[in-house]
Write a protein of this length. Structure first.
Length: 268
């Protein structure tokens, strides 16, 4: 993306009308999660057909995740770390490992995991920048002004006739951050893969399946746990995969925050 195009994307992000965010903010404040269909979300970022094709293509060259403690070979991924308050001050950090405490990831946590970086042209693409800008705009309204530590994950989960793919092999979980965005990029020859959302006591609150490019889930990680059921190929003789983008946000320099405990001026 050229500097001029990037600046235009950022201006567009800043101009996002509050009434576009209200129907998203209300359930997030009330329940801690929101499913947003592609029909609702794509108009907010105005992705063209060519941009959608380019986005899907960015998931075609994905290295195998070699850190799977279950010895699974069904997950491919790339990773990037950023920090920002808004898109105007976005900083893409140098390559670094991904780390989760064992209390959040019993399967693969407790170690530094080094993944191949997300390609620069993907990070700087108009669609990625628009999705990130949407999330930052939303969080500024939801939680007030914060500087965010942002982790971006490209995931591909593959499935074979005798090998279900596990989108969340650690089971129903929290990520150990403040907020999570999960967006479907592509889904080919796949069945199942239902996202479940749970209260902190384990009670299931909702279930939905991301089926279209730009279907997404927004989660307050303090108030909700989430998981995804295994995926299987519809036709066992053809390749099968599920591609998602996951963005996680953690407020920097202070205790983690939650939409449940909001100052009165921000809780309306």
């Amino acid at each position: 993306m050229s500097r001029r195009s990037l600046q235009a994307t950022r201006r567009s992000s800043r101009m996002m009308r509050m009434n576009d965010l209200v129907p998203i903010l209300k359930p997030l404040r009330e329940t801690g999660f929101r499913f947003l269909s592609a029909a609702e979300f794509q108009p907010l970022i105005a992705a063209t057909a060519d941009e959608v094709q380019d986005l899907r293509a960015a998931w075609q060259d994905m290295p195998l995740d070699t850190y799977m403690a279950d010895a699974g070979r069904y997950r491919r991924r790339r990773y990037a770390v950023m920090n920002a308050r808004t898109l105007d001050d976005l900083v893409i950090e140098p390559e670094q490992p991904h780390f989760q405490n064992l209390s959040y990831n019993r399967l693969n946590g407790g170690i530094e995991r080094w993944y191949a970086p997300i390609a620069p042209h993907t990070l700087h693409s108009r669609v990625f920048q628009s999705v990130l800008g949407f999330a930052l705009d939303l969080l500024s309204q939801l939680a007030g002004p914060h500087h965010w530590h942002i982790e971006a994950h490209q995931f591909r989960i593959e499935a074979g006739p005798d090998l279900p793919g596990q989108p969340t092999p650690e089971g129903v979980h929290r990520d150990g951050v403040d907020f999570v965005l999960v967006m479907l990029v592509d889904r080919q020859n796949i069945e199942r893969g239902t996202t479940t959302v749970h209260a902190t006591d384990g009670q299931q609150l909702d279930a939905f399946t991301l089926t279209e490019t730009f279907d997404l889930a927004l989660l307050d990680d303090h108030r909700c746990l989430h998981g995804v059921t295994p995926v299987l190929p519809k036709d066992p003789h053809k390749p099968a995969w599920r591609d998602v983008l996951v963005l996680t946000f953690r407020a920097q320099g202070q205790q983690s925050i939650s939409t449940r405990f909001r100052p009165p001026a921000l809780a309306r």
